[in-house]
Ligand binder design. Structure first.
Ligand code: NAP
Length: 467
């Protein structure tokens, strides 16, 4: 079976690719494994130089790559360009900081010298989603390569052109050919790759179902794994919040990338005293969003990436309305070509109905009311997921205190949840485990090696009396 690239705005088939044969997969794995010993011996400065060139390459071809994203998965072009720039920033960030993040850490013991060293593992497999087809890959690849690992990518089947373009970035920047290889394969080909002894670890960004499967395989073959999975982030608005800012940024938080973001705000939890006013402003802002041709610069909402995703979203909305949610805006697919779904707001949503209980991956906001802060936090935590959370209050100290009570990988007070190379990103519960980005992200795919050096006669220095 082949991999197909389809423009979701026009339904036109753009390109078809044969899947890699077992021999091609073997060749890529062999190259990645053969490159590792020399690559790990390079200095951070040498690897950093190439990573900076990758950043420059991304910037030079920003528009071409952004257009590819837009054509393959429908992201509005201005957002696609921002995605490419963010990838370049991430490359520069790790080029600059990797050496410091992975510097030996001395530990005082009764040895002459003891410390922790961070050493690369080998070939790392990345299984990636289509929704940020460049960013998801670069946020894994830049730290992983800077740490001295080599990488193979199995990208989502609907973005094969992006997958090949990412390989082009590393080749164009001058990386050794085996440092980063794209494998054009579907999900069914993943198990033998994880099982391969040359592959030392696997990272998956994707749905909770795929995460469970990759986690199971990683367990079976004893491979380290990082799982960045789905989310249903709460967006909590307290009675003292700046309602205009919360409504406008709430719309951004929900509808960016046409709502197809893991850390989009999906469950709006608003304290009763300000619920009517928040809803009014939120709906007003959502109704102004311009949906249309994603290649046009003014477009804010594009199509969904695939027809099955639109069908699924439609089912979630229809069932939720049938179960008592009030439809305030949108709620339907658009006629004509392309997988468009109107920006949708559902109000008076209660626990247990699909748009609250499940992840909604599209332009659908669910609003619920609570009587007070305690109920807001309890409702926020009553979710299978635990990726991000956003909380709005004029009292930042109160925000800080409440942030501690929320079960999530990150909490943004008076801000929209966003990934940032400087800050760790990831989740808990059904949102996965492990972290990407920042200092913690680069330490996921390294061997934390304890090194203990005693005197030549084997005599140990006495333990400090305080221990
Ligand atoms: P997906 O269907 O789970 O696919 C993600 C990747 O996993 C694709 O490469 C897919 O390959 C592969 N895959 C799926 N099932 C597999 C299996 N049984 N065995 C091996 N590989 C498998 O997710 P998606 O639709 O691409 O992306 C949307 C999801 O990703 C959402 O749930 C979103 O929240 C999540 N996400 C999470 C984060 C985060 O940082 N936490 C970031 C972005 C997205 P095929 O395409 O060939 O099926």
């Amino acid at each position: 079976m082949g991999l197909q690239s389809t423009n979701p705005a026009t339904e036109e088939v753009l390109a078809c690719f044969d899947e890699f044969t077992p021999a091609q997969i073997e060749q890529a794995l062999a190259e990645a494994a053969a490159t590792f010993p020399a690559w790990r011996r390079c200095t951070f400065a040498e690897r950093g130089e190439l990573m900076r060139r990758a950043a420059a390459y991304l910037r030079v071809y920003c528009h071409r790559f952004a257009r590819l994203i837009t054509l393959e998965m429908g992201k509005p072009i201005a957002q696609a360009e921002a995605e490419i720039e963010k990838c370049a920033w991430n490359c520069d960030f790790y080029a600059q900081h990797a050496e410091r993040f992975l510097a030996d850490q001395p530990v005082r013991t009764n040895a002459r010298s003891s410390y922790v060293a961070f050493e690369p593992l080998g070939v790392i497999l990345a299984v990636m989603p289509w929704n940020f087809p460049f960013w998801q890959v670069f946020r894994f690849a830049a730290p992983t390569l800077m740490a001295g690992n080599t990488a193979v990518l199995k990208h989502a089947s609907n973005v094969p052109q992006c997958a090949l373009a990412i390989e082009e970035v590393f080749q164009g920047a001058g990386f050794p050919p085996g440092a980063f290889r794209t494998l054009l394969v579907s999900a069914g080909a993943v198990e033998p790759i994880i099982a391969d002894p040359r592959v030392r670890a696997v990272t998956l960004t994707g749905s909770t179902g795929a995460g469970a499967r990759i986690g199971e395989l990683a367990g079976r073959y004893l491979k380290k794994s990082v799982l960045e999975l789905g989310g249903s982030d709460p967006f909590i608005v307290l009675e003292d919040a700046d309602l205009q800012a919360a409504a406008e940024l709430g719309v951004q938080a929900r509808f960016k990338n046409t709502g197809q973001s893991c850390s989009a705000a999906k469950r709006f939890i608003v304290v009763e005293a300000v619920a009517d006013e928040f809803e009014r402003r939120f709906v007003q802002a959502a109704a102004k969003l311009q949906m249309g041709d994603p290649l046009l610069r003014q477009t804010q909402l594009g199509p969904l990436a695939r027809p099955d995703l639109r069908d699924q979203l439609e089912r979630q909305v229809q069932t939720s309305v049938a179960q008592g949610a009030r439809l305030v805006l949108g709620g339907r697919r658009l006629d004509g070509r392309g997988y468009f779904f109107a920006p949708t707001v559902l109000s008076e949503v209660t626990r247990g109905i699909p748009v609250w209980q499940e992840e909604t991956f599209g332009p659908v906001a669910a609003l619920a009311r609570v009587s007070d802060t305690d109920e807001a936090i309890a409702l926020a935590n009553a979710s299978l997921f635990g990726l991000g959370a956003s909380l709005w209050t004029a009292d930042w100290k109160r925000g800080q205190r409440l942030a501690r009570q929320i079960e999530a990988g990150s909490v943004f007070v008076n801000g929209v949840v966003a990934s940032d190379p400087r800050l760790p990103f990831g989740g808990l519960k059904a949102s996965g485990h492990g972290r990407e980005l920042g200092e913690f992200g680069i330490r996921e795919f390294v061997n934390l090696k304890t090194i203990w050096i005693g005197p030549s006669g084997g005599q140990q220095v006495p333990r400090p009396s305080s221990e």
